[in-house]
Design a protein around this ligand. Structure first.
Ligand code: MN
Length: 251
């Protein structure tokens, strides 16, 4: 895609509300393009908490309403407040340059406070969009399903591998489906609020699907049973959103 065409595409994507995908689009295209990723963009790439697309009780009985409300209005809101505080502590020159993407991609040059909170903000904004009210036989279709089957043998094998990544993450962290630099689907996990966009991460790429395995995400309903939370998670994955992310990241 020529860079002018790509810019037009990005503008259209933003207008179409594919805001979170802009990060992936930028990541996917930054190798060959002169796009300035440090410019603030909309949606995930800005310093706001987007309204949830569903009610707090809409994900029951996989995730209870109280957990959703506390998670969104307290935990996630605090990451955003703290990342704004961390940005306010930067020099005036640095402040002019910052965007969520530029912070994540250069996170090794910032404070631990910035790392934890910009990660926390990005990860939660992505996570909310990865969820939807539960559906029977919830699974992806089309190109995404084919890519998953090609990379992981079958959708079932994919779920097992992703679930293992989520179960085996010691302590607090996230499990991910992401597209690496070779446009291959990969599964992995990160500690704390790190993510595959960070230059310090062991796994690197464009996130498609995120699962929060911090205890605050499930403890009220599941207590110590992280495995049950992960098993039930599959009923509420928003595969339409993940497919949209895949389209943006894999082109
Ligand atoms: Mn969380």
């Amino acid at each position: 895609m020529a860079s002018s065409t790509r810019r037009t595409f990005i503008e259209k994507s933003v207008k179409a509300g594919l805001a979170i995908g802009i990060g992936n689009q930028l990541l996917a295209s930054c190798k060959n393009s002169k796009l300035n990723i440090s410019k603030p963009t909309t949606g995930i790439a800005d310093f706001t908490q987007k309204p949830l697309a569903y009610a707090y009780n809409a994900l029951e009985d996989v995730i209870d309403a109280t957990t959703m409300e506390i998670h969104y209005t307290k935990h996630a809101a605090t990451y955003l407040k703290n990342v704004k505080d961390a940005v306010a502590e930067l020099s005036e020159t640095q402040r002019k340059e910052v965007s969520i993407m530029s912070l994540l991609q250069n996170i090794s040059t910032y404070s631990t406070k910035m790392r934890n909170n910009v990660g926390g903000h990005y990860n939660h904004e992505l996570f909310w969009q990865c969820l939807r009210p539960k559906q029977n036989d919830n699974k992806p279709d089309g190109e995404l399903l084919m890519a998953i089957e090609k990379s992981f043998t079958s959708f079932n094998d994919f779920k097992l591998q992703f679930s293992d990544a989520a179960k085996n993450r010691f302590g607090s962290g996230w499990a991910w489906l992401y597209v690496d630099a070779n446009k291959q689907l990969k599964i992995g996990s990160t500690p704390n609020q790190d993510n595959p966009l960070m230059n310090v991460s062991e796994i690197k790429g464009a996130p498609l699907l995120a699962l929060d395995v911090w205890e605050h995400a499930y403890y009220l309903k599941y207590q110590n049973k992280r495995v049950d939370y992960i098993t039930n998670f599959w009923q509420i994955v928003n595969w339409s959103f993940v497919a949209q992310q895949y389209q943006l990241a894999s082109k």
